[in-house]
Design a protein around this ligand. Structure first.
Ligand code: GLA
Length: 406
């Protein structure tokens, strides 16, 4: 089975039998390319149910890992070189383990070599290795394909180098690679959930101290991911601009209440009192972040109580706050959310991830999920002229080593 030939929409590839088949295919590919037996690791992408652009304000997020992942196969080399092959890009890159690059090259290999450089920078000796990568997390769709590459690679390299990280520490290594090496100023959510995801659960993560609560997703609820097919690209300007606006709003509040170091500590009353000292955009961004924190905690409580109607209400509120106050949605994502509202089985819908395109997450009664996806796809295509991709997922476990047997 050629790895490229998989159609992720039909075939979430990393769960159960098909997942093991793909891992065995990656192992075979690694064996024939490098003539060595690899250890194989898997790290998932994610959806975020609620809590957007709150992580870097030390707030709350509630993501779940999904059935799409990156696989990394690794074996040692004796020539001191690091050879990284991506099956998705059908391309190989070679580095010297003794002279790792210090910064990104604007290339897919930035992610695996970035985590390697961060691990080395922590004082760990990195031997030469061969690394094969393949993944089926849709690229540029807001489902954290890059975090899954970072986490799979970091797990592989750490294991080869004999370095043991706790779950949170591994996520932080990957976030540092993203911030310091790749140069994207993102928060901790994506890497954290890729490492620490739990089967059939979302995770209410407190981004201040990285403690979390597992929140079960009921067995009769499916995660229906609707890809608007509008590419999001937040390594570029918009993500950074939003983050700067959030921080500027926080600085205004801190002038009056110095104990407010992050918007996590601010309230809507703060905005009422000092919002007029803020740039109007900064005020709107802050209103989103502050109310989103409250909604995220409330949504976790509602899900724990089984109050799905309340979860749906909060997701809708979150979407429109993200769209109108944070201005991080796009026409297509707003359409995808609106067109879903009256469909049978829908619990809640909103744009997920960094924004400016990508996917909506729809919580849908499982037995109605297929019908929901088909009807929404048809409606969306008729309205926008774009054929969307749909993935009916469930919450999967976090990154791990695969035991493939002989
Ligand atoms: C991206 C970033 C995350 C988070 C989200 C928005 O996915 O990588 O850290 O900020 O956007 O919630």
């Amino acid at each position: 089975m050629p790895l490229h030939g998989l159609e992720p929409a039909q075939q979430p590839a990393f769960q159960g039998e098909s997942g093991m088949r793909n891992a065995a295919t990656l192992r075979d590919l690694h064996r024939s390319r490098f003539g060595a037996e690899p250890a194989v690791f898997s790290a998932p992408g994610r959806v975020n149910l609620i809590g957007e652009h709150t992580d870097y304000a030390q707030g709350f997020v509630m993501p779940a890992a999904i059935d799409f992942a990156t696989l990394a196969g690794i074996s040692p080399r004796s020539d001191g070189m690091i050879v990284i092959y991506s099956e998705n890009y059908a391309e190989e890159r070679v580095f010297d383990a003794a002279a790792l690059p210090k910064q990104a090259a604007g290339h897919w290999s930035d992610y695996p070599i970035g985590v390697t450089a961060i691990i080395a920078g922590e004082g760990h000796a990195i031997p030469g290795f061969s690394l094969s990568l393949w993944g089926d997390v849709p690229l540029g769709s807001g489902l954290s394909s890059s975090a899954s590459v970072e986490v799979a690679s970091a797990l592989a390299v750490a294991s080869l180098a004999g370095v043991r990280y706790s779950g949170p520490a591994l996520a932080l290594v990957c976030q540092r690679a993203e911030n310091e090496f790749v140069g994207a100023n993102s928060g901790i959510m994506d890497q954290f959930i890729s490492v620490n995801g739990a089967e059939d659960h979302a995770l209410l993560l407190d981004c201040r101290d990285l403690t979390f609560k597992l929140v079960p997703i009921p067995a009769d609820v499916a995660l229906v991911i609707a890809n608007t097919m509008v590419k999001h690209a937040h390594a570029g300007g918009e993500y950074g601009t939003r983050r700067a606006e959030v921080e500027a709003a926080c600085a205004v509040i801190a002038r009056h209440r110095p104990e407010v170091k992050f918007l996590r500590d601010a309230t809507v009353e703060d905005l009422e009192r000092w919002g007029n000292e803020m740039d109007p955009n900064a005020l709107k961004r802050a209103r989103h972040v502050i109310t989103e924190n409250t909604r995220t905690v409330a949504a976790a409580e509602a899900l724990l109580r089984g109050n799905l109607a309340e979860v749906g209400r909060l997701m809708a509120e979150a979407h429109w706050s993200y769209s109108r106050d944070f201005e991080a949605s796009c026409i297509e994502a707003d359409e995808m959310v609106e067109l879903a509202q009256d469909l049978p089985g829908l619990i809640g819908a909103r744009l997920t991830g960094g924004g400016f395109g990508g996917c909506t997450i729809n919580l849908v009664k499982r037995e109605q999920a297929l019908g929901f996806a088909k009807t929404l796809a048809g409606r969306y295509a008729a309205r926008t002229g774009i054929n969307p991709d749909f993935h009916i997922c469930h919450a999967s476990g976090g990154a791990h080593r695969l035991d493939l047997g002989p």
